[in-house]
Design a binder for this molecule. Sequence first.
Ligand SMILES: Nc1nc2c(ncn2[C@@H]2O[C@H](COP(=O)(O)OP(=O)(O)O)[C@@H](O)[C@H]2O)c(=O)[nH]1
Ligand SMILES: [Mg+2]
Length: 379
Amino acid sequence: MFESLKKKFSGAIGKISDKISKEEEEAQKTDGTLTEKVPKEAIVETEVNEIPPEEPVNQGTVKEKETIKANTETIEETESVESSEEDKSGLLSFIRHKTISEKDLDDILSELEMALLEGDVALEVAEQIVNTVKQDLVGRKIKRRNDVTEFTKNALKNAISEILNVDSQDIDDLIVEKRKQGEPLKIMFVGINGTGKTTTIAKLATYFIEKNYTPVIAASDTFRAGAIEQITHHADKIGVKIIKHKKGSDPAAVAYDAVEHAKAQGKDLVLVDTAGRMQTNVNLMDEMKKIKRVIKPDLIIFVGDALTGNDAVEQARKFDEAVSIDGVILTKADADAKGGAALSIGYVINKPILFLGTGQSYSDIIEFHPNWMVEQVFG
Ligand SMILES: Nc1nc2c(ncn2[C@@H]2O[C@H](COP(=O)(O)OP(=O)(O)O)[C@@H](O)[C@H]2O)c(=O)[nH]1
Ligand SMILES: [Mg+2]
């Protein structure tokens, strides 16, 4: 999961560390204050390699070499003092005090921003990440290469945590609260066709049964051919009561009946499946609004396909405008290397991701926690 996102962040961390330590090493070599334990050959070699091939070897270069020679002498003198400071990461890991400047970061962060956009991270999220990281790093004093690596990693981790931390309600708490009132918790699932609503409902029913809650399913996708059969098949397999009418009947009426059933039978949850067409379809949105009006769901959850990246974010925005969603479930995270939707969707619409679908079987669903995602990406 999110492999490509992971690579992009670790690439940026490596580049920032390399750039800043390299600059510092150069500065030290030319001003004669290098105090690192470096083999003489290593320095000479680096210096020679850095002469552009087209540049004739002139007086200046000879002079530079002399400076290098002088440097190596300094090294020998200070070696014993500095060796105790030597870092585990080995050669050239110790650098003088340096303050990170905007110039050090600009190119690399722009490159990171582009890479994130290519990875389907929403523009405002990519911008927020690079700006937060820049603010965090500029002005920091560093002593060692490892400092840069650690600071950059932490800055990115913090930026991602901030992005992912959207206020979220605990569904268990909500169920318990409703139970006290003698009511079921009503959850309506919305989203376009094929994103995984029906499968997700079957997974969640299984998940709640394992927590000793009693769900009932409303087959309110009365539009698509085979939809009622599909969800009936799932309900039968997992042993959950399903309320259904004929194909083409009023989805709101089906949902209403399911709520009445849950109340009469003292069930904890009503999970309402709905039909998905394109988010721009006015009829569909009207249908969603009608179900909402009739059953007054406690939660409306948008189900999006993680693989569709920015499209999923746009769909969520449209559904939010139409019916005001409370949270998001992203499916197919198991196949999602990019991670753009997972990173962006909550921030863009300011609604939490509640679960991730991670496969095709009933147990393939995990609760989403921001820290978990941060660990996936940086762990
Ligand atoms: N790999 C994977 N496939 C999924 C996941 N969730 C759903 N699917 C598949 O996506 C397809 C569409 O799912 P369905 O529930 O019918 O979508 P709906 O039209 O929104 O109800 C099915 O083939 C599901 O097996 C998931 O988390 N991972
Ligand atoms: Mg369906």
